[in-house]
Write a protein that binds this ligand. Structure first.
Ligand code: UD1
Length: 427
């Protein structure tokens, strides 16, 4: 198994190209199931999660071709689901990635039936899919859960309905949005997720012939169509990757330009970073990030659905606060049990106390390198950030978490001066 070895203390300087967004690409890939024509997606990142989704779509009958982008970044993926050969999403593929649930809406809408394995528990909480199921039932689907599978059928096709999500769900909104594009009549989604990745999916669906009003708001109005057609679409830049590198600049007291990053998806993050003593400026090509003050300042953070502070940057913010001046309170409101990075950061000398869904971080002068273990995607990268700032050597194991969501992380960081390398673990 691979390990990452980081020798901290080097300020990062230079430019980092931000990849296409993983969380936008995953639903966009499943949109290919809505049409018998080809969907061409560009700026697709090369990540383990994208490969897993490709395997799943392949077994539903989609033909997939991949063309490498310039410098090995920004691939173009052509997906053609001319006929759906299987409406079953098997456990072995679904268990690898929760976002596999995104095939449920499109399969049910196009084939009037689908059998999708329940994603099951996951490291950052129970994360049920009850809201996806309840919304599809409202659209006329008959759904039963048997043998760990969601069996969904709508023999007469799905019907438009007014759905109010009791809590904001990103993939739930995406699943129902896709299903509604092929339903009979109008669907209204209230309390829809406003994440930019939902907007990107909606824009692509419009190119495919869908009629959607309210894109970017919490109320989506969809007029169902008999069929959708092929389209070309470019995936938006990954705001979570950009936010992560912004924090890498801040924690190392460096100066990075994040090429392709956009301010609009990161306002809550940069507003908070400004209070923590980090300045972000728009440039012609992206965003430049560096410290405005000699020391970082402790600030309180609460995760919220977009446009609030994203839960996917909570662990990285905690690494930053671990070396800030003063105390910081981080409250996680989206997922229970999303503090698994805390004991690992503590191994590196961080002073953190957890009380329920809040963590109190008292900044220390220096973190110290240590052997640490990744527990989930964003937790792992917070340990990389901590390692970049720490004195001495940090060894991170279980890198498969990182590879799910960060494209060539060590290459991007070392090009900006980080001492980071991947090695094969011996013994
Ligand atoms: C997506 C993102 C993930 C991000 C999360 C929150 C993708 C592929 N993943 O995950 O990176 O951390 O949004 O921004 O885009 N819930 C229910 N029942 C449901 C659905 C959700 O109770 O049927 C709960 C969840 O347990 C959680 C909250 O709602 O507490 C939000 O989850 P949700 O927005 O659905 O997260 P994902 O879409 O899985």
């Amino acid at each position: 198994m691979d390990q990452m070895i980081i020798r901290g203390g080097k300020p990062l300087h230079g430019k980092i190209h931000i990849s296409g967004a993983k969380n936008a690409t995953l639903p966009l890939l499943t949109a290919c199931l809505l049409t018998d024509e080809a969907l061409v997606l560009s700026n697709v990142p090369q990540l383990a999660d994208i490969a897993t989704m490709g395997n799943l779509l392949g077994q539903h009958g989609a033909a997939i071709a991949l063309q490498a982008g310039e410098g090995g970044f920004g691939h173009t993926m052509t997906l053609h689901a001319k006929t759906i050969t299987s409406t079953t999403a098997p456990y072995d593929l679904v268990r690898q990635m929760r976002a596999s649930i995104l095939v449920l809406g499109p399969l049910l809408a196009r084939c009037r039936e689908a059998k999708v394995s329940l994603p099951g528990g996951c490291a950052i909480g129970t994360r049920p899919v009850d809201l996806h199921i309840a919304a599809l039932e409202k659209m006329g689907a008959v759904i039963t859960i048997e043998d760990g599978y969601i069996h969904a059928a709508a023999p007469q096709g799905l019907k438009g309905a007014e759905i109010t999500f009791p809590m904001v769900t990103v993939t739930g909104t995406e699943n129902i949005l896709m299903a509604a594009t092929l339903a009979k009549g109008e669907t209204i989604l209230n309390n829809a997720a406003r994440e930019p990745e939902v907007g990107d999916l909606a824009q692509c669906l419009v190119k495919m012939g869908a009629e959607i009003e309210g894109i970017g708001t919490d109320c989506l109005r969809i007029q169902g169509k008999d069929r959708l057609h092929g389209a070309n679409h470019t995936v938006i830049a990954d705001r979570i990757e950009a936010g992560t590198f912004a924090m890498a600049a801040a924690i190392t007291n460096g100066d990075l330009e994040l090429i392709g990053a956009r301010m609009d998806g990161l306002k809550s993050v940069f507003d908070l970073l400004a209070k923590a003593g980090v300045v972000a400026e728009k440039t012609a090509d992206g965003i430049r990030v560096r410290r405005a003050t000699e020391k970082l300042i402790g600030v309180d953070v609460m995760t919220e659905p977009f446009p609030g502070f994203p839960t996917d940057l909570q662990a990285q913010m905690m690494a930053l606060m671990a070396v800030a001046d003063g105390a910081a309170m981080i409250t996680e409101t989206i997922f229970e049990n999303r503090f698994m990075h805390v004991p690992e950061l503590a191994r590196m000398g961080a002073n953190i106390t957890v009380h329920g869904s809040s963590a109190m971080i008292r900044g220390v002068k220096k973190l110290k390198g240590a052997p640490v273990m990744a527990t989930d995607l964003r937790a792992s990268v917070s340990l990389v950030l901590a390692g970049l700032a720490a004195e001495g050597e940090t060894t991170l194991s279980r890198l498969y978490h990182l590879d799910r969501g960060y494209e060539r992380l060590e290459e991007k960081l070392s090009a900006c001066g980080a001492d980071i390398r991947r090695v094969k673990k011996v013994g």
